[in-house]
Design a protein around this ligand. Structure first.
Ligand code: HEC
Ligand code: HEC
Ligand code: HEC
Ligand code: HEC
Length: 231
């Protein structure tokens, strides 16, 4: 978990690293978690920590970013750039599309101003900011409301899917993208649910046996319309 690049590691630094590893688990419950790594280069310390673990869950049609990041993490390219998908994704606006306090406040204020449109507003806003929970609720034919007992409530069965925001298994399952509307094929059963990617002939067996999804090439994943389904 500790990579030393460059020259010597000074004793104070060793103590710091030791302290960090003893203290961080208690402070952040994260040391040794999802891909934390400490690099010292010429005395500077860069933490490639992923912070708290990404969420793990499975519903009929989706899985948590943690399920996917368990493999798609701690990656470096040929020249040593850190290119871990899970680590990069977690700090994006989309990973935080549901947790975003400004967004939640905006939905609440719209509802407060238009109480007679509560259901319409909450469901509409959830459809892009909490797309996995919204889609799964449609399939289950249950409420897609956000507040009270809705998606933001930890006791709601779809809360983990909601709070994972615009996540891996949403984007990578979009079929036939059109501007303004994303579609996920919810008719397939695991492990035949397809995860579309940019490479032809991916090695499929590992993901089929562990993640219950099948990786598959699709041209549309490199098309900007994929993003335009929500943007
Ligand atoms: C069709 C998909 C879609 C729907 C439906 C949707 N949003 Fe968004 N929302 C987006 C996208 C995409 C962005 C990011 C836009 C950008 O920055 O270019 C965004 C950004 C936002 C932001 C800015 C967040 C920030 O922290 O800067 C707010 C606030 C917001 N939306 C509120 C709402 C509300 C309220 C509703 C329901 C009335 C709603 N959205 C419905 C797609 C959607
Ligand atoms: C906003 C949509 C979106 C989200 C969310 C997303 N991806 Fe992707 N992903 C893409 C697109 C688009 C590409 C193709 C990029 C390209 O061709 O350059 C891609 C490429 C990939 C690849 C191919 C390998 C590579 O390095 O290009 C993998 C593996 C992958 N994503 C896994 C994940 C995982 C795991 C997550 C969640 C932690 C995730 N993706 C979240 C859209 C998304
Ligand atoms: C057990 C490890 C493992 C897990 C878990 C896993 N993957 Fe993969 N993934 C792989 C392997 C191995 C490949 C194929 C790499 C190759 O062919 O070089 C792959 C390929 C991909 C690709 C590229 C497919 C293509 O054709 O371009 C995407 C996208 C992807 N995974 C997304 C995901 C998503 C989303 C999840 C979560 C549901 C996930 N992976 C979970 C191991 C895993
Ligand atoms: C399922 C809907 C959805 C899809 C598909 C989607 N996005 Fe987003 N995106 C959002 C939402 C919602 C936000 C705003 C989150 C927030 O701030 O609350 C957002 C925010 C962003 C932001 C931050 C904008 C800002 O003003 O800071 C970028 C950049 C972005 N998306 C790029 C992409 C790209 C690139 C793709 C395609 C690979 C994509 N998005 C696909 C829903 C989506």
């Amino acid at each position: 978990m500790t990579t030393i690049i460059g020259t010597t590691i000074i004793p104070e630094m060793k103590n710091f690293l030791l302290c960090a590893c003893i203290l961080i688990p208690f402070l952040l419950a994260s040391c040794g978690g999802n891909g934390q790594e400490t690099t010292t280069a010429g005395g500077s310390v860069t933490t490639k920590s992923t912070g708290l673990n990404l969420v793990n869950f499975s519903t009929e049609d989706f899985a948590g970013s943690g399920n996917c990041a368990s493999c798609h993490i701690d990656l470096e390219d040929q020249i040593g750039n850190y290119v871990s998908i899970g680590t990069h994704w977690r700090s994006t606006m989309m990973a935080n599309a549901a947790k975003d306090p400004f967004w939640q406040a905006k939905v609440a204020s719209e509802v407060a101003r238009n109480p007679h449109l509560k259901e319409t507003i909450e469901e509409k806003c959830a459809s892009c900011h909490m797309p996995m929970a919204y889609t799964q609720a449609e399939v289950r034919d249950v409420s897609a409301l956000m507040f009270e007992n809705g998606f933001t409530n930890p006791s709601n069965p779809l809360n983990p899917a909601a709070m994972d925001g615009v996540s891996c298994t949403l984007c990578h399952q979009i079929v036939d993208p059109v501007l303004g509307k994303y579609t996920v094929d919810t008719s397939t059963e695991p492990p035949h649910r397809l995860i579309y990617g940019p490479y032809e002939d991916p090695e499929q067996s590992l993901m089929i046996s562990t993640s219950q999804f099948t990786p598959m090439y699709a041209e549309h994943i490199t098309d900007s319309v994929l993003c335009g389904t929500c943007h």
